[in-house]
Design a protein around this ligand. Structure first.
Ligand code: HEM
Length: 182
């Protein structure tokens, strides 16, 4: 009998944990950099980090989605009840959508006002977006609303993961941890 894989592949794990660390840095950086009264050098550094890392997150998300399509995740253990499967499906779907909406809206917010994205500028990658304050304002509102949603879904996601790891101990957490398949 062919034994079915229980956990995610090393490639899927590495992409998950790199994106997780970057997003967990992006959120406090994004919130801090728009606070009034922070020093200019700190603000500039946070903007530099936030904009350029955000573009990297978008590229990683594209790679992750393509990989997932080519290699779907292994099935959950049979012990996981139906409602939890549905909740997991919904929250994972929301995370995918939000992790595309966040960098795309951030990009539009910045580029529609012709602000720099230093990494892309250095590579000579311009933008086809029109110069539009209205578009930038719309993208800014979307970025903020999606950030609230993202934080809420992440709290549920992390809470569920910790519950599987330390309370249920049902093998769900070890599908994604450690970052390299044993
Ligand atoms: C995974 C990707 C991203 C995450 C998780 C993220 C997260 C955030 C968060 C939490 C805020 C604070 C929102 C608020 O309280 O108003 C923020 C603000 C901001 N982000 Fe992002 N962001 C991402 C990608 C990007 C990208 C790619 C860019 C630009 C290239 C960008 C540009 C900005 C700008 C300019 C602001 C300030 C918005 C304002 O003008 O009020 N973000 N981001």
């Amino acid at each position: 009998m062919i034994e079915q894989r229980q956990g995610y592949s090393t490639t899927a794990r590495v992409m998950h944990w790199i994106i997780a660390v970057l997003v967990l840095l992006m959120i406090p950086a994004g919130i801090t950099m728009i606070q009034e009264g922070i020093s200019r050098p700190l603000q500039d550094t946070l903007f530099l980090f936030h904009k350029n890392t955000g573009v990297i997150v978008l590229l990683l998300m594209v790679a992750r989605l393509l990989y997932r399509r080519a290699k779907p995740p292994p099935p959950l253990p049979a012990t996981v009840p139906d409602w939890q499967r549905r909740a997991a499906g919904l929250s994972h779907g929301a995370l995918y959508v939000l992790l595309f909406v966040m960098p795309i809206s951030g990009y539009v917010r910045v580029r529609a006002e012709r602000y720099p994205i230093e990494g892309l500028d250095a590579l000579g990658i311009g933008t086809l977006l029109p110069h539009s304050k209205a578009l930038a304002g719309f993208a800014q509102g979307l970025h903020q609303a999606a950030a609230f949603l993202l934080i809420a879904v992440l709290l549920v996601h992390i809470g569920a993961a910790l519950q599987h790891a330390f309370i249920r101990k049902d093998g769900v957490f070890s599908r994604m941890w450690p970052p390299f398949e044993r």
